[in-house]
Design a protein around this ligand. Structure first.
Ligand SMILES: Nc1nc2c(ncn2[C@@H]2O[C@H](COP(=O)(O)OP(=O)(O)O)[C@@H](O)[C@H]2O)c(=O)[nH]1
Ligand SMILES: [Mg+2]
Length: 233
């Protein structure tokens, strides 16, 4: 099975090299696709050097910061065009421990979408402050109730898709740009009837660099989640 780990980056120069090395320790067979939006801190230049050293590292360099959603869509299309079977999403900031990649792969033969979950037994968040925890908790309840979804963690970005999911959820009609993208993709997969499984992950706060969450991203989630439901009818 061909496996691809997609990592969107914006100002992650202090995290990227270690992350990619740790990924390859756990899943040496996997390719890694970095999607960098011309980070001012030189993440893209570092990524270019990494691709020269290792054929299993790929890079898409985009001219401007254009959001997480469009970065992932570009990565998903790359995965479909290059015949990958298992496609991962993962943050670059070392919040997502690569050791869980092995857990995801245990379930991938039997489940079409696997969600790394902070909110089921065995999962947790270490080190986020109360404000960020509350925001994440409320965002999850909001999406779960409005969209009628049974999953506990809808906003996480550590996920594994089988290719048929990406092929059939309609990548070109996705409306989300920021973090609500994670909710929209899981909602679409659920509505198509794909088998979805949550596995526990311990989420660590980033130790280097800054979070890109913003008011704009939060507002987008508030108004787009009901819109997703509305578009259904
Ligand atoms: N290419 C790209 N990556 C982004 C963008 N916004 C965020 N990211 C990356 O998406 C991941 C999650 O962002 P992060 O700031 O850690 O969010 P948080 O963990 O929710 O605070 C990280 O790998 C970021 O570098 C963007 O506009 N473009
Ligand atoms: Mg993060």
């Amino acid at each position: 099975m061909k496996t691809l780990v997609i990592i969107p980056t914006y100002n992650e120069v202090g995290n990227l090299e270690k992350l990619v090395a740790n990924i390859h320790t756990i899943v040496p067979q996997s390719d890694v696709l970095i999607i960098d939006d011309s980070s001012p801190d030189g993440t893209g230049k570092l990524a270019e050097q990494l691709t020269k050293r290792n054929k299993k590292i790929k890079l898409i360099l985009r001219p401007h910061k254009a959001g997480l959603g469009s970065a992932y869509i570009q990565g998903f299309k790359y995965a479909l065009n290059n015949d990958y079977d298992y496609i991962f999403e993962m943050d670059a900031d070392l919040s997502h421990d690569p050791r869980y990649l092995a857990d995801f792969l245990k379930y991938a033969p039997t489940h079409q979408l696997i969600l790394g979950s902070r909110y089921i037994e065995g999962g947790s968040i270490s080190a986020w402050g109360t404000g960020r925890r509350t925001l994440s908790y409320l965002a999850n309840i909001y999406a779960r109730v409005l969209l009628g979804l049974p999953y506990r963690d809808l906003t996480g970005g550590y996920k594994c898709y089988r290719r048929e999911v990406l092929d059939n959820i309609g990548l070109d009609s996705i409306i989300s740009e920021g973090y609500v993208f994670q909710i929209e993709t899981t909602y679409r997969a659920h509505r198509k009837g794909y088998t979805i499984k949550e596995i526990p992950i311990v989420f660590k706060d980033r130790s280097r660099g800054k979070s890109k969450i913003s008011r704009k991203i939060c507002w987008e989630a508030i108004w787009k989640v009901p819109l997703l439901r509305f578009r259904r009818t």
